[in-house]
Design a protein around this ligand. Sequence first.
Ligand SMILES: Nc1ncnc2c1ncn2[C@@H]1O[C@H](COP(=O)(O)OP(=O)(O)OP(=O)(O)O)[C@@H](O)[C@H]1O
Ligand SMILES: [Mg+2]
Length: 261
Amino acid sequence: MSEPTARVARIDSDEPTGRVPRVDSDGDPTLIVRRPIIDMQQLWKTYRPGSLDVHALRGVTLTVDEGEFVAIMGPSGSGKSTLMHIMGCLDIPTRGSYKLDGEDVSKLSENSLARIRNREIGFVFQQYNLLARLTAWRNVELPLLYARVPGAERRRRALAALDQVGLSARAEHRPTQLSGGQQQRVALARALVTDPALLLADEPTGNLDTAAAAEILGLLQELHRAGRTVVLITHEPEVAAVADRTLRIRDGQLEPAEIAA
Ligand SMILES: Nc1ncnc2c1ncn2[C@@H]1O[C@H](COP(=O)(O)OP(=O)(O)OP(=O)(O)O)[C@@H](O)[C@H]1O
Ligand SMILES: [Mg+2]
């Protein structure tokens, strides 16, 4: 198992799409072909709560390359959470294809989805979703526990992930002994501890004051600069502004004009 650090040392986002320079550990820049982490083609999601169909997604086509930082904005009911659930392998589309890191995940069983979720996705939600009876590092190690990583390695990697978000000194604190911003940083460490291909954040600053929100956004930017692929869902333009590109969704469809930040 690798360390919970970035897969690509550094990415220069000024490079033309398709090729990104990579700086190896010895400092030599080498060109690598950029690969899509998210590849969605003509994705539909139709709910049938009663006799009438609700088309929550209507033909979404979207690719996000490794190392990109993308924000998704849209009004309430436009399909953001539906899209995020499918992106994060919490649900499958009704129609269309979804390749996550090269693997077709659009028709998998619940068990296979759960396995891929654990391995490939780090989630951060508006509510931090920490377990109150566990200390910070015990919360962070949970995804590794599900992945059956041995105890000593779990602890080492959990502490490393807490260090990444600047919370080494709070490893033994329980959630109630932490501020909201600190709890969200623990949640971020938990999302990173498996070294996921994709970090998905759904309104991660929604419950935070301005200073704590800026800290979380700063960490996301830092992770992005280190090569992490990040998708951020938000209502707030100033939050979306930290991403490289903003996609807008309306009535289950992506708006054609992408606005570069
Ligand atoms: N489980 C479900 N059953 C039926 N309809 C659903 C279900 N989940 C979502 N919908 C409908 O699908 C559409 C998109 O919902 P979604 O939750 O994706 O919107 P959203 O953009 O996340 O909104 P918000 O900003 O309010 O969170 C809405 O019209 C919603 O009513
Ligand atoms: Mg939502």
